[in-house]
Design a protein around this ligand. Sequence first.
Ligand code: HEC
Ligand code: HEC
Length: 396
Amino acid sequence: MEKQVKGPGRPGKNLASVVVGVLAFIVAGAMIGAHARPAQLQPANVGTAVQTAAQKYKNIQVLKDIPADQLIPSMQFITAALGVECEFCHVASPAGKLEFDKDDKDEKKTAREMMQMMFAINQNNFDGKRGVTCNTCHRGSPHPQAIPAIMAEAAKPPAMEAMHDHEHDMDPAKLPSGAPLFTKYIQALGGQAALDKVSSRVEKGNALMPEGQPIPIDIYTKAPDERVSVMHTPKGDSVTAYNGQAGWIAFPGRPLREMSAPDQEAAKLDAEAFYPTQLEHEFAELKLQEHPEKVGQHEASVVIGLTRGQPPVKFYFDQTSGLLLRIVHYADTPLGLNPTQLDFADYRAAGGVTTPYRWTIARPSGSFTIQIDQVEQNVPIDDAKFVKPAEAPAPK
Ligand code: HEC
Ligand code: HEC
């Protein structure tokens, strides 16, 4: 793979981008709500006034009619599928700022043709369904391999996206209910009654990046779905917040960013994972996958949460302890699904319930871990923390 320059949308590379990645992991990686079908490329809600990519951005020729807030997730998808950085297709100004609307690079023009090709393949061969994506051919490289590789080493474990592949032949109607696994999980955490007594939590620990120093983090949560994380970065405090209605991200020296509706759906899911009595009610159906899967050393039962028109969410429960080991969810973009994997570990007793002290968030662009050292429950939290700050006035 060619060596590429660093880019803003790819966490895991330098501290600043990692930090943005941590704060924006929900925004960048995980959308549960929106669903633009690839072949038709219709805005998600026909009839309501959804701003299209062509209306919001300057130079959109192929992805014109997709909802504007699907454009960046689509870019993240192709960046992951090709294993490159944004700079692979986009030119930088002499000052180093990326000028996304410019067409100076052949790679960008090729990418447009590739999108057209992909839609045509799907239209002509897969009834307009997303049978083939950029990743089907590229698999993390700009140069797809036409020649089969010689298997000189033992087979590698399947990648995250490969795990999704075999859901094609899944017929949910035939699968048993996954609800009993949620019941067992709630019991493993201490039971419904004990969980109901926890109304707030303050957690202190560190965000552990692949490189560099740990970054101290404070997490304030209120049941069932309010959650504010404050990271004390060398540049100042960074905040990622969801208060049940609105989500926002504040990074030192940058204007406050509001989460889009689908990002908020994902933020809600992630917040609920820590007050899990609501979790199972987020889905129309819960199905138990036929075959268990391994998470590290643990044999896990896999429950698939299904809601019509939305990508599935997969829950991996430890067959022995009943505890939740992993959640995998997908951001639906017009070009393909962006996976996010959340692994929970280091479960400990805290005030009558059991809660994870460590979790790892992984996406194709990289991963990071939050390690909690201290948990306080049912302590008062200043309501102001859950109020969205007024947006800074635009610079004149
Ligand atoms: C493989 C090539 C490729 C990569 C990598 C890529 N893009 Fe793009 N980008 C495109 C193409 C092609 C378009 C135009 C799409 C169209 O015409 O429908 C585009 C358009 C855009 C636009 C709209 C600009 C405007 O005003 O018209 C933005 C913003 C953007 N990309 C951001 C990003 C970001 C951020 C990344 C990195 C996460 C990225 N892109 C990575 C190919 C790429
Ligand atoms: C059916 C297989 C297939 C699909 C699907 C596919 N590509 Fe490609 N792509 C190729 C092949 C083959 C090449 C030529 C590779 C080479 O030059 O080594 C290529 C080349 C490219 C290049 C030029 C790379 C370079 O180094 O100049 C870009 C950019 C690209 N593809 C983007 C995309 C994007 C974005 C998508 C999804 C919208 C996509 N491709 C989907 C097969 C595919």
